[in-house]
Design a protein around this ligand. Structure first.
Ligand code: MN
Length: 253
């Protein structure tokens, strides 16, 4: 049976990273693109519930949705695809999704949604700056996709993959990592419009990472591909045991 692969992203259906990913994955099976009609970077896991959504057929196995990455995965699985896909692949995002940024990422959230709906899913991001070369990342996405189709993924787990924006021979290797912390310094910028009114921009600033040896950011800094298994269960199980043992709460004052 030919595998059915859903390809999506958060940068929009016309993004070059999506095209190169979908084209590369065709080596493994039938790929269907269902992606936002516009850039939805930093859309996180938002779902459009207060207006109707339109699906546009742009060509064979290529659809756009006037919504978020999560809308795309939801509609793809619920309406567009003839059967449940064997894999959801989101990307290739032009820019990293490391540490705390994972929470804001539309790229990762599409893979979260795929996982919630019971399909093995992965998110692929290119860590670096323009000019982006998607070929190496697309080729590695095929290797990973083939492995997941063969072995599956642990329950309720997706892979967040960051690949250095370098030539293949310049990449040091592949590391399995944990999600690190990524802290922004001076992330809020103040500007004034022509009428002198004050505005704020979020998103500038210089990020710095925690120095954890086995983190996603550390692997990228060292020139490695970073693969972080993310779990849908956000519960801190150690904290849960501690709270149950040590906190005695009552509704009574
Ligand atoms: Mn993006």
């Amino acid at each position: 049976m030919t595998p059915l692969i859903l390809v999506t992203n958060d940068d929009g259906v016309r993004a070059p990273g999506l095209a190169s990913l979908a084209q590369a994955l065709q080596a493994l099976g039938q790929t269907v693109i269902v992606a936002p009609d516009q850039d939805n970077s930093a859309a996180s896991h938002s779902l459009t519930m207060k207006r109707p959504l339109r699906v546009k057929e742009l060509g064979r196995d290529r659809y756009s949705v006037d919504g978020t990455p999560t809308d795309c995965v939801t509609l793809a699985l619920g309406r567009v695809l003839a059967k449940k896909p064997d894999l959801v692949v989101s990307g290739i995002n032009p820019g990293p999704n490391l540490g705390d940024d994972v929470s804001y990422s539309g790229t990762v959230s599409a893979a979260v949604e795929g996982t919630m709906l019971g399909v093995p899913s992965l998110a692929i991001s290119l860590a670096g700056e323009e000019p982006f070369c998607f070929a190496t990342a697309a080729a590695f996405a095929v290797t990973l996709a083939r492995t997941i189709l063969d072995k599956g993924l642990p329950k309720d787990t997706l892979l967040n993959v960051n690949i250095p924006n370098r030539l293949r021979e310049e990449i040091a290797g592949v590391r399995f990592t944990r999600q690190g912390r990524r802290v922004y310094d001076g992330a809020i910028k103040e500007t004034f419009d022509p009428w002198g009114r004050r505005h704020y921009w979020i998103g500038g600033g210089t990020p710095f990472w925690d120095e954890g040896e086995d983190t996603d950011a550390q692997a990228i800094l060292a020139g490695y591909v970073s693969i972080t298994p993310l779990h849908l269960d956000l519960t801190n199980h150690a904290a849960l045991s501690m709270l149950r043992q040590e906190w005695r709460l009552s509704l009574l004052p």
